[in-house]
Design a protein around this ligand. Sequence first.
Ligand SMILES: [Zn+2]
Length: 96
Amino acid sequence: MKLPSCWNCEHEFKLHQLVWNVRLHCPNCKKKQFLTKESRFNTLLFSPIPVIIISIMNSLNISWLVIIPISLCLLIIFMAIAPYFYRFTDKEAPFV
Ligand SMILES: [Zn+2]
């Protein structure tokens, strides 16, 4: 897996730059980065997974004391993986 790079100068972003800030600027050429429609769609595909896992655990009568920490871990993992699916473009794509 490869992290996305700047659409203008091919500068490769670091994971920590991508986790917290989706509307970011390239640190090298200062151009604004927009997520492509495809990459937004790809990250959307992952979002039901934690919900599904939580509902399964809930239906198995697992205590919320267990579900909450697991959900937090899933959220962290999700935030760390999602940037690998980001691709940037120079134009802001419509949301759908
Ligand atoms: Zn750049």
